[in-house]
Design a protein around this ligand. Structure first.
Ligand SMILES: [Zn+2]
Length: 96
């Protein structure tokens, strides 16, 4: 059975948050340093997957475009942060 996109996103969110928290607890590094490490890992994952596709070792048809793909990832990151800021702005209303 195929997993739908939202379920996949939820699973990635859970795994990433668990990794983030575990790394914070195990290292005592500042959160932003751990976030940079996660961003670096995402970049390395992208580079590896893109290289596999550029070498023709996958038949799914995806053609990596590093400039466009990085811009899409940057937009997704910015969008997620902005959406979270909206939630922070709303939080006091719900506390009363
Ligand atoms: Zn592929």
């Amino acid at each position: 059975m195929l997993t739908d996109q939202q379920t996949a996103q939820d699973q990635i969110n859970r795994v990433l948050m668990a990794t983030f928290c575990r790394t914070l607890n195990n290292t005592r590094l500042p959160p932003v340093v751990v976030m940079r490490m996660i961003a670096s890992a995402l970049g390395k994952a992208y580079a590896g997957v893109a290289a596999t596709h550029q070498a023709g070792r996958c038949s799914c048809g995806w053609q990596p475009s590093p400039v466009t793909d990085v811009e899409l990832m940057r937009s997704a990151l910015a969008c997620a942060v902005v959406n979270q800021e909206d939630l922070w702005a709303m939080a006091p209303v719900g506390r009363a």
